[in-house]
Design a protein. Sequence first.
Length: 100
Amino acid sequence: MSDDAPKSALELAMERLKKKDAEAGVVEHKLTDEQKAAIAEARSVHEARVAELQILHRSKQLSAVDPQEIERVEQEYRRDLERLASDRDSKIKKIRKDTE
């Protein structure tokens, strides 16, 4: 019965991508439970650091007076967010690479 049921657009797209990957020789690696937990931990740590950064940013925003200082605080905040995201992504990439 499941073979006769209509497929959603997402299911059709996923089938096409899997077929394309198979034709290109891409091998799918399953993550272990430990790797899944490590990735979840990396994401959790990232979220906590972003929350902490947001709190610090808000306090700096409130204390900033002149426009140049406000702009400096905003640039610093964006730079820190990008750094945190980059750190998270590199950790996850390293964890995933361990399956290969």
